[in-house]
Design a protein around this ligand. Structure first.
Ligand SMILES: *Cc1c(COP(=O)(O)O)cnc(C)c1O
Length: 492
């Protein structure tokens, strides 16, 4: 086999020199959305601190082969995990001198795992409940639905006010039933950046004897700094009576590389049912706080290095830069006719919608992409309109002045182009099709109609978004599975 044919094979016949392997990865990376530079408003969290990537890469390498499976074999990992949990507890209302002095926690692989474990702990603390349920605002992260699905727990959705985008404590109370093991709320919600009324929700949960988890995966590492900078952040953490657990993702606003979140419980008894222990086999006795058994120490060492290096002064400075960037982006949105902030920013999200039928948000998103700004479209849901989400990080601050003119320009171009006109048969299909009726032939037809899976790269994203937007959630889910299944095919 010649070298060219071999390119891209994970397992070549003959091993490839290290330098060339790295060059290949760098070449592949060029097709990616830009992880640095403040122009990607989702997926990545970039503080734009010189030298931090080098530090975290070195720290990751030091511990990449360390295994979190057994904390006694690798005390370095236990020490770093305990330090991370201690830092998160102190930041979030726990630790010495607080109202939650006995708070304990675990380092997990991400927000989803933290939420799954919070639900597992709540479920397994109530073995007498035959059909456990959780009450979750519809604006809470989809990972709660995933947890409910994986753990066979029923999910009772709590509506939100279409104006404030918040659930009311009364509606949470109404959703609590005899089998409810956990109430959830967000600080803030990912989609809109809105902080739920945590104190009131925790109070109704406590009155019912039910656990209350605060999902601060997104905001847990920004709200405390924003408050110190003078922002009116309401109580949302372990300082609130009735909050039994809280999660914060270090791979978001702690600016650590991917793979680290912290789940805190108010006391060790609340955490105990989170563990999985097993001794009924002839191998080693198993005791895991989380889902994985073998776990790399790399992400944990990288997170530890990030926190140590940035320090409180660093996070305060980054929070101030982020706050100013949020204000600037919100002003840019206010300055464009036909766009409206869906919520006044109260954390680090800017979320806006269109008030002009001629200004199609999905077309706007594509126009912004063409101008080098990568935003996140959100489909219409219930009474909530489609919207555009911007996760704002410190790296955006130097870019804010460029965003306003580009947004205005993109909006003008989107208006000129007009809304997405889906082929009539596709719109009709999306509106009437049920997931059960979705045969492989229909999917293939839809995919071909959109140019997906073909050599040309497919239809503009706006077309795909418009199709999904026209479909009810259950059909959206099926279509997503089919479409992504077309992308995830082995290379031979
Ligand atoms: C990101 C996020 C999650 C899920 O976290 P992952 O790290 O992506 O698994 C959960 N809740 C909120 C509010 C989030 O922002």
């Amino acid at each position: 086999m010649n070298d060219d044919q071999d390119t891209g094979r994970a397992l070549p016949e003959r091993g490839v020199p290290a330098e060339r392997v790295l060059a290949e990865i760098r070449a592949l990376r060029r097709a990616d959305a830009p992880t640095h530079g403040g122009r990607l408003f989702a997926y990545v969290y970039d503080p734009a601190v010189a030298g931090l990537d080098e530090l975290t890469a070195a720290a990751h390498a030091e511990s990449a082969h360390v295994n979190g499976l057994d904390p006694t074999a690798f005390p370095s990992l236990l020490a770093m995990e305990n330090a991370l949990v201690g830092a998160a507890a102190r930041l979030l209302g726990g630790g010495p001198g607080s109202t939650a002095p006995d708070a304990v926690g675990s380092v997990t692989s991400g927000g989803t795992e933290s939420l799954i474990l919070a639900v597992k702990a709540a479920r397994d603390a109530r073995p007498e409940v035959a059909e456990p349920r959780i009450a979750v605002p519809v604006t809470a992260h989809a990972a709660f639905a995933k947890a409910a699905h994986y753990l066979r727990v029923a999910l009772d959705p709590v509506p939100v006010d279409p104006v404030t985008l918040r659930p009311s404590a009364a509606d949470v109370a109404a959703a609590i039933r005899p089998g409810t093991v956990l109430v959830a709320c967000s600080a803030p919600s990912y989609a809109h950046g809105v902080i739920d009324p945590v104190a009131e929700i925790a109070a109704v949960a406590a009155a019912a004897g039910v656990r209350c988890h605060v999902d601060a995966c997104f905001g847990g590492w920004t709200l405390p700094w924003l408050r110190r900078l003078g922002a009116p952040v309401p109580p949302f953490d372990l300082a609130v009576d009735g909050v039994t657990s809280i999660s914060v993702d270090l791979h978001k606003y702690a600016y650590a590389p991917k793979g680290v979140s912290v789940l805190l419980h108010r006391d060790p008894a609340l955490r105990a049912p989170q563990y999985f222990a097993y001794a009924d086999w002839p191998g080693y006795t198993m005791i895991n706080p989380g889902i994985a058994s073998t776990r790399s120490g790399g992400p944990i060492a990288a997170a530890y290095a990030t926190l140590r290096h940035l320090g409180e002064d660093g996070y305060l400075r980054l929070a101030a830069a982020t706050r100013d960037a949020v204000a600037g982006l919100a002003d840019a949105v206010r300055g464009v006719d036909g766009l409206r902030l869906l919520a006044e920013p109260e954390s680090t999200v800017v979320c806006f919608t269109s008030t002009d039928p001629k200004l199609d948000l999905f077309v706007l998103v594509d126009e912004l992409t063409a101008r080098g700004w990568h935003t996140q479209p959100q489909l219409a849901y219930g009474e909530l309109p489609a919207s555009v989400h911007l996760t704002v990080t410190a790296s955006v601050a130097p870019r804010v002045a460029e965003f306003g003119p580009d947004l205005a320009d993109a909006a003008a171009a989107a208006r000129a182009a007009g809304p997405v006109a889906l082929p009539a048969e596709l719109t009709a299909l999306a509106a009437t099709l049920t997931p059960e009726a979705l045969t492989p032939e229909l999917v293939a037809g839809l995919a071909a109609g959109l140019g997906l899976g073909g050599p040309s790269g497919g239809a503009p994203d706006a077309t795909v978004n418009a199709l999904l937007d026209a479909a009810p959630p259950a059909l959206r889910e099926r279509l997503l599975v089919e479409f992504v299944g077309l992308l995830q095919r082995p290379t031979h």
